[in-house]
Design a protein. Sequence first.
Lengths: 759, 288, 158
Amino acid sequence: MIGTNRYIGSPVERVEDLRFLRGRGEFVGDLRREGMLHAAILRSPSAHGRLRRIDTTAAYATPGVRAVITAAEIGAVPTIPLRLLPLPGTERFLQPIIAVDRVRYVGEPVAVVLADSAALAEDGVGAIALDIEELSPVADRRASGRHDILLFEESGTNLAMAFIAVSGDADAAFREAAYVRRECFQVQRYTALPMEPRGLLAEWDGAQGRMTVLGAAKVPFFNRDTLAAMLGLAPTHVDLIENDVGGGFGARGEFYPEDFLIPFAARHIGRPVRWIEDRREHLTAMNHAREADCEIEIACRQDGTILGLRGEVFIDLGAYVRTNGLIAPRTLAQFFSGPYRVPNMRITATALLTNKTPAGTYRAPGRYEASFFCERLIELAAGDLAIDSAEMRRRNLISAAEMPYKLPRLEPGGPMVDTECDSGDYGEALDRCLAEFDWAEKCKLQGQLIDGRYHGVAVACFIEGAGAGPKETARLELASDGTVAVYVGSAAVGQGLETVMAQIAADTLGIPLDRVRVFHGSTSYLEEGYGAFHSRSTILGGSAVFEGARALLEKVRAAAAARFGGSTEEIELVDDRARISDGRSVSFAELAADGLRVDTAFANNNKLTYAYGSAAAHVTVDPGTGRVELLDYLVVEDVGRIVNPLTLHGQAIGGVVQGLGGAFMENLVYDGNGQLLTGSLADYLIPTATDFPAIHAIALENHPSPSNPLGVKGAGEGAIIPVGGLIANAVAAALSSVGAEPNELPLSPPRVWRLANPS
Amino acid sequence: MKPAPFEYHAPATLREAIDLLVSDPEATVIAGGQSLIPVLAFRLAAPSMLVDLRRVPGLGNIAVGESGVRLGARVRWRDIEHDRRLPTAHPLLREAVAHVAHYQIRNRGTVGGSLAHADPAAELPGIAVTCDAEITLVGAAGARNIRAGEFFTGPLSTVCQADEIITELRLPFWPADRRWAFQEFAQRQGDFALAGIALFYDRDRYGRVRDAHVGVIGACNRPQRLRKVETLLNGHPVDEDLIREAAAAAAQTIDPPEDLHAGAAYRRALVATLVERSLRAAAQPRGS
Amino acid sequence: MRVMFQLNGKPVEVDVEPRMHLADCLRDELRQTGTHLGCEHGVCGACTVVVDGAAVRSCLMLAVQAEGCTVVTVEGLSTDDALTPLQTAFRKHHALQCGFCTPGMLTTAHALLTEEPDADADRIRAALSGNLCRCTGYIPIVEAVLEARAAYQKTDKP
């Protein structure tokens, strides 16, 4: 760093807030265009069937309806490609952007109605008559695994993909182990549920042959390329614009059917088209996540040292393989052991197709589920071997001396068949967590019944792998008024990108923060970009901005040298001025009379960062109602380097509360006919302000990442990872007197009541 | 989620409102809209006309007197919360209303709307039935009074005819030394109750229970009094044995629905817990 | 149908279908897009506005029902470019991330503190329990509202 700024590490208030607090955010639903039509989507009411006929006569007769688009109007219906892990065999299970002759889940798009208003479009949707020949639905992964009713008959199977993660020799380890335990666990199907439903506003410029789509998020560049190919346009003639985005959490921004349908509609009708998803359709249309069950064994020595883990995990993938649908399965297998040293592992993860909404990634995909399975099993082992919970973790955590620590090899692995934990002292975070939580004191309450409530405490540890490559791009432009525009390929989903990138740029350039303006996400800014997923924005985008800023300083230096007729070595840059040895100086702004610009990219060779930490929880259980009250929750995470402690803390608290939603109340429930029973926010429950008031988070930066110039590690997903297993273990501890084993999520009141009252 | 189209009228008198209902059998009354509008948004109903009571005078009063508490149909939860007389005049009503939905809903939701919607887990129908309240309906044929216990016929279903409008709810006089409790269990604050118990009793000169009223919400398909439990309580002092018996009887006597949030066995156990806790709370002077 | 009401201190007049809810009227007819729609069935609270002094869900109110009312939206909380104390407290405590639920949080908190400037943390949490947020976990929001109470205290006047 140069100059006197110290933005990095400071709790800088966010620049984004100024517009959000005044109600001047620009979310896609806030935008309009002259002559705009509104789209509504007819979605399949049937989970599995042959689509025989779509009768749009009555829809066309509905006032205000301008057009109805079905597969017939589209012609050759493209399928949505995989963005990540496009492994051979998956092409059989890709989702068509509209149903052609088959529907495979309730919510699958069947037709698009264009009308003068959203209400009229919805009237039109209600007037379409569908003739569907019902087929028996594949209701769950067990039915799927019998392969008697197939979602894709030509493929001959419902198996989308199977992964295997191996290290050492698991079978040998189990043969020799003094202690072995096998259990089954299950995590429910639930979803990211950002507060803003999705939306798109597409404009077709027939004269120029250009398509512009607003409402992009997460991975605009990939989506732009995909859309261009589907529309038969050159990528340079398609722009995806990112506005303000109301949360993503992994689910928003992937390429969905609507990402084709709405632009197609705009071109088809020659008018701008806006589609805003409503919450009811959102629950069947936006990626589901997490549903997995397993049968797993652990092998240990008598002293609790884990020798091996082996077993099978099954993932209910829904009806199609989504753009990132294989990430949770592959991660479940490879990251099953989390931060623990397990020298011998064999975990298979089998992803099966069912007649449900397709599943994709949701904050810490696969890792939340794996942590639940692994932490429960470790806790059971600790109990059987009479070892204290914390001690059991301490004995088995990967130590600092073992870094970098290689995780199991994954097959088929794609770009990250091998990965290793980069740096850190996991035991240090555990010790800090236990101390701050007052573990020794709280343990005295373990299993006690006080005032009619059972008390339980538990601790868990986690790693958060982040920063998938290949790279991220940035452009920095110094203008003649002294401001710097930073364009970055990263996408904003509410995480404070504009502020964090500005801090990095301002510190590196040595200029005041308010002279930096960050532009993000839209394909119109840069030629290529990669986006926001895998908590990569600060690592890759931030590093790109950092290196771009340094490169910009070199250009400033060179420009100053040229102006003064000296060499670059004689130039000193201090506080926004370039000074040569004889005392002459010039401001950055003056040097930029014709603009100074740098284009850069930061690539990391898919070398991931691993933030890590520990979390502890104290719960009480009311055996009369099954209510669990969370008295105290603490997460400690070492993130390598903290750029903005305010936004970082926000990620931790927000992540914990999302995790608690999954632990206690969120659940997408299907009946045996593939009908989604939780069809509104009155039935799909997420945490509210009164549920979890006692959450604390501490961030450490003791062990920077060696793989990027900032030393930062991705920190958006760590806090959510251990929540499920931690809460289940705390409830188990509370109910130890009745031998409760909470092996399924969510721990709703009826389920906990049953655990507390086994007779 | 936009509703299907409808006509809208905001008549100035009750008579005009009734005439509108008579003129169109597919018309529906709207007051606060907090229960009705979500139904319209999901297109679970598509009335051709909404008749808004917002301009009709005389429906918004709370009267407190020797005959009890009278709530006009357009009285909002907010009005009940702000009325300084009610914590003394009817503490059970006051306590139950604190559990209704959320802050914003309580600013618009009404007594009449809640009664008309008849959600089996709603608080006010439960209080009305427990307290043996009376509901006045006015229609083309004139006014009639129905006891709350006969008003609700099932989930979302009442005896209210298409041309009738609820105008008032009357709760009997509440003696100052009455023992009472209200206990509800919901997954999150403001959610519909998985089960709830409203109970009160007076005492004879030996301190034994007299005239017990025990009502349940959420664990049945309509709010109802648990007569068997009341009979068990009457004439006895409240002690641990009685509490246990009453709780067990309550669990046995109900016929709980099964839904995606809870099964029957859980709801029975929950009702037992709530009866037990209500009786303990009621045994303290001044209720819960 | 024609509807007239006061919006953020100014009289407005619109002509809307009866079925249009107040939120859509504010957003589409009156171009005040600060009020957001997160569910349209009265659960999430993102659409909260203040009508005649009370916080209400504008998706659960028909535009035609606003006839003669005084409506305040998030845009009307601050009258010039400065942030109000409540907004300043939100920023200081990082009580917003994606910003989508924020207008509803602000209007609800504003209505609450206007009537109950001494509301404690439990009361604030209860009043905000009808506003869903997916990003923050609520704790910083409650802290911000607690801090903003000072600005709503009634000053003693002779």
